[in-house]
Design a protein around this ligand. Structure first.
Ligand code: ADP
Ligand code: MG
Length: 257
C-alpha cells in the first residue's frame, strides 16, 4: 500500500485528560502529531505515557478534551503495548501472532488468503525470524518475541504506528534492527510515535519529542524539548503530583479549543 504524508492526517490532542477512577493520570495535554512525523514520548515513570497512548488508540476513554484522529479508522493505527502488558504464555504460534496484524487491518472476518500468509512470512523474514512460523510464541526469547510483534505491525500496514517502550530489555543487535525498521516506517511517511527512555537514542534518531509529566512539559523539535530545564520541570511536576486529586475541568485552566 502506498502511503504518503498527504494521506496520513495529523492527530490532534485538545486539552486531553485521561483518568483512572476519576483520578487524572494525564492532564490537559494539547498538541498535534504532524503527518509523517517521528516523535519520541519521554517522561519519568508514572508520567502517563502509556495512558496517553492507550487513549490515542481508544483503549481508554478520554475524560475531558478530545483526540482528533483526522477521520482515521482505528484499523489504520497500529499499537504495540509495553512488553509487561503482553501475555507471551498464550498458546499461539509465531505466524498466528503476525497474522493478528492482518486481522487488525482487515477486520475479524477478513479472509487470509495465500497472499496474507506470504505477507506474514515476508514480515518475519524482514525482522530476522525466517523459518520461525510454527514456533510457539512462548518459546521465543524476549528479543525474538519483540521482533515477531514488529512483524505484526509490518503486516498491519498502518499509517500511524504507536510503540510503547519498544526497545526495553532488548539486546543491542535487536535494538539496532528494530530501530532500522522504525526508520523505514518513517521513510514511508507513516506517523510514528514511540515511548522511549534513552535520551541519547531519542536525540540521535527522533526529530520531535513530547515531554510528559502527567501534564505536558514541552512538545516540539527534540533539541528544544530535551533540555536540562525541562528535565528539572518534569521532576518537579512528578514530585508535586497529588495521586488522589479529583478531576478538574478544562475551564479551570483555560480552554485550549
Ligand atoms: P508511564 O507509562 O509514563 O510510566 P502510566 O501511564 O503507566 O505511566 O501511569 C500513569 C499513572 O496512572 C500512574 O500513577 C499509574 O499508577 C496510574 N495507572 C496506570 N494504569 C492504571 C490503572 N489501570 N488503574 C489505576 N491507575 C493506573
Ligand atoms: Mg508506561
Amino acid at each position: 500500500m502506498a502511503v504518503t504524508a498527504s494521506t496520513a492526517p495529523a492527530i490532534r490532542l485538545e486539552n486531553v485528560t485521561v483518568t483512572y477512577d476519576r483520578h487524572p493520570a494525564v492532564h490537559h495535554v494539547s498538541g498535534h502529531f504532524a503527518p509523517g512525523s517521528l516523535t519520541a514520548v519521554v517522561g519519568p515513570n508514572g508520567a502517563g505515557k502509556s495512558t496517553l497512548l492507550k487513549a490515542m488508540v481508544g483503549r481508554l476513554p478520554v475524560a475531558d478534551g478530545r483526540i482528533d484522529r483526522g477521520g482515521l479508522d482505528m484499523r489504520d493505527i497500529a499499537f504495540l503495548p509495553q512488553q509487561a502488558a503482553i501475555d507471551r504464555s498464550y498458546p499461539i504460534s509465531v505466524i498466528e501472532t503476525v497474522l493478528l496484524g492482518h486481522w487488525q487491518r482487515a477486520g475479524a472476518f477478513g479472509h487470509i488468503g495465500r497472499a496474507g500468509i506470504a505477507a506474514a512470512s515476508n514480515a518475519l523474514a524482514a525482522v530476522g525470524l525466517e523459518g520461525f512460523e510454527r514456533r510457539p510464541l512462548s518459546t521465543l526469547s524476549v528479543g525474538q518475541a519483540q521482533r515477531a510483534l514488529f512483524a505484526r505491525v509490518l503486516v498491519q500496514d498502518a499509517r500511524v504506528i504507536l510503540l510503547d517502550e519498544p526497545f526495553n530489555a532488548l539486546d543491542a543487535r535487536t535494538i539496532a534492527d528494530l530501530l532500522a525498521l522504525l526508520q523505514r516506517w518513517h521513510g514511508e511517511q507513516r506517523t510514528v510515535i514511540a515511548v522511549l527512555h534513552d535520551f541519547d537514542m531519542v536525540r540521535r534518531h527522533f526529530p520531535e519529542a513530547v515531554y510528559l509529566a502527567r501534564r505536558l512539559v514541552d512538545w516540539g523539535p527534540v533539541d528544544a524539548v530535551l533540555t536540562a530545564e525541562n528535565q528539572l520541570a518534569a521532576r518537579r511536576m512528578a514530585e508535586s503530583w497529588d495521586e488522589h486529586a479529583d478531576l478538574c475541568h478544562a475551564g479551570d485552566v483555560g480552554n485550549a479549543a
